[in-house]
Design a protein. Structure first.
Length: 591
């Protein structure tokens, strides 16, 4: 026990130092000409049995690197044509993330040093591997950002600082999250007011595109008012506004359809849903994109705003120097008046939701964090033409702090407000049903999830224990040696064409010969181990059974003798006496 404790302490120290040794060149460094300090690559596969991740491009990763693995999407949602459309039925492993280290690399295959603690859906969950810089001291002199989320990678700014982080410029991942619905002008002048529909195919001219969220949509459901998880719904015919994206807070609904539509159905784009963000699940998400507004004339397209990205850093001390940490949602595209009439007559897009900021520091001066929702699109419709739908505001994001409480008043600023909706500016700033996004969420007691236990295969070994019952019969049992979880599936091949899936077996061979018995064991992760053993089957007349017997008799009855058989392989003995008689199956017959 003493050895195990000492080993664990030594390993923790090594795990902490490996990145420091690798990146010691960054001591007291400043980033001057590169605003993106991370490297990103989509994850293609994960071999759990070997702790090996295969990425699309492993060229930027090297042995000793600290890395972050994170799943961006993959949630399952309700896809029915009803008010329940877009509600999350199963998050799956969306939002899971953890830090690890590169132990070895071969091409695009990266072996991780420590055991992963969480599960990932690859490739459906859009999992990416991110190289995480480690600094002794870090002075930020150029605004740092991240690659924008492109559907496979990006959207995250993450780094670690052993001692002091000084901000002499902003950290800013605003607009880098899930994308807003792209505005498309259908040039369809016919009114289809009042259709009770929550989705349409991409090619439909009756609805605008939804904003992106943590779920993937089939092509026949990417347009229309229903909001897919935290993505905003698109406006529907005629000229409804798109809904704002969601994250910590719900996105606001877009504005109503054209004022003079005769239908009574509410065609506003729905706001993106608020996501389940808490200490129990530990999941983090990009801000949802706003839905596009429905446009059908004058050549103007109103796209939804992008959501905010993710910022995560750890340092001993933070000196912010009044610079800001920003992960705001993007404002939706605003009205561009027609060059002839000077007005917009279109539905407007929804604002993107704020992203996520996670801070783990021991001490700090005053810090400023902004994770606001984007503003919905405004319009300036002709007074005589009537009101149309402005865009909904994006929901506020999520802020996670490592302390049990926020700093005292005056030692920080934190803005998680939802974005304002758009308005009909030429009609008294009338919102026409458009709604503001809701405020985001604050969580405390944040801990950076480092993997610290060294990886070792779950199955150490599997072995065969065999016991000879008779010349042609053997009992075969398994001897399993596993670390954490048991073997769940067994496959036996007895070498004579017979197989079994039982853990333990009794098998009778039909003929003499040498047989190779094979055993495969599989655990819950699909990891395998195998072994084999040679069994020799010989007829009892030609094999050494080590058989003997003795007898006793009663002097009072000298014609009655009791025999006793001893030795191996005597489960079915046959006695042959000099008088030609035989007795079978009795180990102690009386003659």
């Amino acid at each position: 026990m003493c050895f195990r404790v000492i080993f664990f302490i030594v390993f923790l120290f090594f795990s902490t130092r490996i990145s420091a040794n690798t990146f010691s060149k960054n001591n007291s460094s400043s980033v001057t000409n590169n605003p993106v300090i991370n490297e990103y690559s989509p994850v293609v596969s994960l071999e759990k049995c070997k702790n090996i991740i295969t990425v699309e491009d492993g060229s930027k990763f090297k042995v000793g690197d600290t890395v972050l693995i994170i799943q961006m999407k993959g949630a399952e949602i309700n896809l029915t044509n009803s008010a329940s459309f877009g509600f999350i039925t199963d998050y799956k492993n969306c939002g899971n993330y953890e830090f690890n280290y590169v132990k070895s690399k071969s091409g695009n295959s990266i072996e991780l040093k420590n055991k992963l603690q969480k599960q990932y859906d690859i490739p459906t969950g859009k999992v990416q591997l991110i190289r995480v810089p480690y600094y002794i001291n870090f002075s930020v002199t150029t605004e740092l950002t991240c690659l924008p989320w492109d559907g496979k990678k990006g959207g995250v700014l993450v780094f670690l600082v052993r001692d002091t982080l000084k901000l002499n410029a902003n950290l800013n991942v605003s607009n880098k999250g899930f994308t807003g619905g792209k505005g498309i002008n259908t040039f369809n002048m016919n009114l289809h007011c009042g259709e009770l529909q929550y989705f349409y195919p991409r090619t439909s001219n009756l609805a605008a595109l939804k904003g992106e969220g943590i779920s993937e949509l089939p092509e026949d459901k990417v347009s229309g008012r229903g909001s897919p998880a935290n993505g905003g719904g698109g406006g529907q015919d005629h000229n409804s506004g798109g809904g704002g994206g969601g994250n910590g807070g719900i996105g606001g609904k877009g504005g109503f359809q054209y004022q003079y539509c005769t239908g009574s159905v509410d065609n506003r784009g729905e706001g993106g849903k608020a996501l389940l963000i808490n200490n129990a699940t530990g999941k983090i998400f990009l801000g949802g994109g706003g839905g596009a507004g429905h446009c059908n004339n004058e050549g103007f397209n109103s796209s939804g705003g992008n959501g905010g990205g993710i910022i995560l850093f750890k340092a001993k001390h933070l000196t912010s120097n009044n610079f800001s940490i920003n992960a705001n949602g993007q404002d939706a595209a605003q009205c561009t008046p027609n060059s002839v009439s000077g007005y917009c007559h279109e539905g407007m897009g929804g604002g993107g939701a704020g992203g996520t900021v996670l801070i783990d520091v021991d001490t700090h001066d005053k810090w400023n964090v902004n994770i606001k929702g984007g503003v919905g699109g405004n319009m300036n419709s002709d007074v005589d033409f009537g009101k149309l739908g402005p865009g909904g505001g994006g929901g506020g994001g999520a802020f996670w702090f490592n302390k049990p409480a926020l700093p005292s008043v005056g030692n920080y600023t934190l803005d998680l407000q939802g974005g304002n909706s758009g308005v009909n500016s030429n009609l008294g700033n009338n919102k026409w049903g458009a709604e503001n996004g809701n405020t985001g969420v604050v969580l405390l007691n944040y801990t950076v999830p480092f993997d610290i236990l060294p990886f070792s295969p779950n199955i150490d070994s599997i072995r065969i224990a065999s016991t000879k019952v008779s010349c042609f019969q053997y009992n075969f049992n398994t001897l399993d040696f596993t670390n954490t979880s048991p073997i769940t599936t067994y496959y036996w091949d007895f070498g004579d064409g017979n197989t079994s899936s039982n853990q333990n077996n009794s098998h009778i061979y039909s003929a003499e010969g040498d047989y190779t018995v094979k055993l495969i064991g599989i655990d819950a992760n699909g990891c395998k181990d195998s072994t084999s053993k040679l069994i020799s089957i010989r007829n009892c007349s030609s094999c050494n059974l080590n058989f003997d017997f003795y007898y006793d008799y009663d002097p009072c009855s000298p014609l009655s003798v009791k025999f006793h058989g001893t030795g191996t392989d005597i489960s079915n003995p046959k006695w042959i006496f000099d008088d030609g008689s035989t007795i079978t199956g009795n180990l102690s017959p009386v003659k």
